[in-house]
Design a binder for this molecule. Sequence first.
Ligand code: ADP
Ligand code: MG
Length: 237
Amino acid sequence: MTPSDQAPSAPKPTAPSDLPLSTTDFNQLNLVKALQARLHHLGYQQATPIQAEVIPAILAGRDLLAGAKTGSGKTAAFALPLLQKLVGQRASGGNHIGALVLVPTRELAQQVADSFTSYGAELAPRAKVVAVFGGVSVNSQMLALRGGADILVATPGRLLDLLGSNAVKLSQLKVLVLDEADRMLNLGFTEELGEILKQLPTQKQTLLFSATFPEEVLSLTAKLLNDPVEIQLQEAQ
Ligand code: ADP
Ligand code: MG
């Protein structure tokens, strides 16, 4: 059999160098079926550019520094791989947390927690997602934290209160996410952040998202991130 015996319609093999640098198809991002099915039901057809870059880096266990404008899909970029990595993995027998997502405001805390719940809706087992933030009674949040959580979304002040009363333990934390890090520092959470960071295990994966990179954010990244993948999408703000 010679090469000329091959059917003319045989697909031409694609050399790796012909592939685009970042895929935009969710089905090429190694997400489990339950997440892919959920995205399909939500009408998400393709990964946004930040998602195509960030999801593989998080699944590979890398630290990450990512900048992209508002509305570029950063929540799903970290929520999808965290759900995949952490569901059913949290330590039992204590109020342990798998991943902590720190956000600057209560509105964002609720919104990010709702996104985790929505993206994870078809996973089995389901992820336990808890949101804690100030301005409301602490009691129901303490109750929600009993037995720990896969994902805790928190504003810094309320998290410190809960740590102080042992309602939550961060010693087994696997992943730390700082969402809107620039806003968090602008709002004056630098000291609270420092207090929280002191209580985290050194062995963990850290992901930092920020729209802008002023000096304060850069010095935080230098302290926190270990050989990070850096992803900057340069579209206008
Ligand atoms: P950011 O944090 O970058 O400001 P969000 O994560 O809040 O952005 O996402 C902005 C909006 O885009 C949300 O309404 C979200 O549901 C939607 N979205 C995110 N990723 C996709 C996608 N791949 N396809 C369609 N819509 C998406
Ligand atoms: Mg966001």
